[in-house]
Design a protein around this ligand. Sequence first.
Ligand code: MF3
Ligand code: CO
Length: 254
Amino acid sequence: MTITVKTPEQIELMRAAGSVVAQALEAVGELVRPGVTTAELNEAADALIRSKGAVPSFLGYNNYPKSICTSVNAAVVHGIPGSYVLKDGDIVSVDIGAILYGWQGDAARTFYVGSVAPEVQRLCEVTKECFFEGIKFAKPGCHIADISAAIERHAQSHGYGVVRELTGHGIGTHMHEPPSIPNFVDARDGRGVKLVKGMTLAIEPMINLGKRDVWTLADGWTVETRDKKPSAHYENTIAVTDDEPLLLTLTRGC
Ligand code: MF3
Ligand code: CO
């Protein structure tokens, strides 16, 4: 598959899909507190997405069984909502995708459950900062590796581990389109694709408090840190323009 460049009209459709994702994240964020199960977060997001005439893109994707991902503490991504009861001091990374009029939006936030240890709060803040450092290079003439390098540099300046097994990605009528957008640089890969106006990208730092190493649990989905230390995730779908990138999954509080 080749990289597709979207027209302004198509980007507006992606903004509509992105807005549904943002609203679902907000709805979930308002629900998060000690005593709530991750299944309840899934139900709330699913209902919000469908109420807007959209469809949750994760449900059934490679046989994924739920509508969103809820990854608690040492879980990095792809945690499956279920009977787990959130408790004071947890963090939960919520990843949501929706399809509207055939166009996709994809975004993630890490929420605090009650009162979270300061060093874990800092991890979450820095992970968000990594995204904003990265998108400083989401403009025509820059290369994918410029985004990757900025994310990696910021995370490493805090001594955090940068997950290598999962990456950001192009997005459009498919959730995962080329190019892949690593959160680290491998000199052997060169600078990657040069960005042009109209590219739409999901940029998603996954940053660990401890070491970068991860493994997949026996459920076949949940990616967890090897050292069991917490991990944070922050993702938005963006569009490259001649000027600042458009953030298609960012609205109001979330
Ligand atoms: N949102 C994830 C991503 O950013 C994909 C979720 S995988 C699924 O790539 F199976 F849960 F859909
Ligand atoms: Co994504």
